[in-house]
Ligand binder design. Structure first.
Ligand SMILES: [Mg+2]
Length: 230
């Protein structure tokens, strides 16, 4: 019987993408808006792809309405370039991830999903290249809202449509590498598992009181045990 809905962040949690991601976004913005804005230096960690586009262009004084007019074109350019240019060698799966996903997928009490600031098409490509996309039948993405905190209800609704079960409170577990993932778990009073494999150290993450905290996801048994806590 299903007990837990486990929602994984992608970047810094399941895998890392080399610098190509930033370059592709910059190329897409230059193509559509004629400028990359502050994309060369902006902190992307835990942020939504959609918000990043508004923020980096807003930084150079472009009005919100101007950004909005061409937003869909910029998004499609980024996705098209990302799918074309990113190779398997640009992606590094983080320690313990393949074993953890294999174990979780084999359990009848856990439903796996995604909760990520990636657009679905580019996020799926990141997972497809190292062969872990098939573990995730659904998710909530940057396409579904402007703020990460909008995403937990979307993921819960999609889980309900697939399983007929409405996950609530501590049945919802969000696994991620930034303070934004921890905060987002609080939206529906869910639990958070923070992992220090992104840009935040274990001490940085601890300050934000995640339900659980790991250096990485390599100790499969411990991670599963903490997922299943009431
Ligand atoms: Mg992340």
């Amino acid at each position: 019987m299903l007990k837990k809905l486990v929602l994984f962040d992608i970047d810094g949690t399941l895998l890392k993408v080399g610098n190509i991601n930033r370059r592709i976004l910059m190329d897409a913005l230059v193509e559509i808006y004629g400028t990359e804005g502050s994309a060369a230096t902006h902190d992307f960690s835990g942020r939504m792809d959609s918000t990043i586009i508004y923020d980096v262009l807003g930084d150079t004084g472009i009005a919100r309405e101007k950004i909005e007019e061409k937003f869909e074109a910029a998004k499609q350019s980024y996705i098209r370039r990302f799918r074309k240019e990113t190779q398997k060698s640009d992606i590094t799966l983080l320690s313990g991830v393949p074993e953890l996903l294999r174990n979780l997928a084999g359990r009848a009490d856990i439903l796996l999903g995604l909760l990520t600031g990636n657009f679905e098409a580019s996020g799926r490509h990141k997972l497809h290249l190292p062969g872990i996309d098939h573990y995730f039948s659904f998710g909530a993405f940057a396409d579904d809202g402007m703020h990460r905190n909008d995403l937990p209800p979307v993921a819960v609704e999609r889980a309900y449509r697939i399983t007929g079960r409405r996950f609530t409170g501590s049945e919802i577990v969000i696994i991620g590498d930034t303070v934004h993932d921890i905060t987002c778990a609080r939206v529906l009073n869910g639990r958070s598992i923070a992992v220090a494999t992104g840009n935040f150290s274990i001490n940085d993450l601890r300050k934000h009181n995640p339900s659980e905290l790991f250096e990485n996801l390599s100790r499969t048994e411990y991670v599963i045990h903490s997922i299943l806590k009431p």
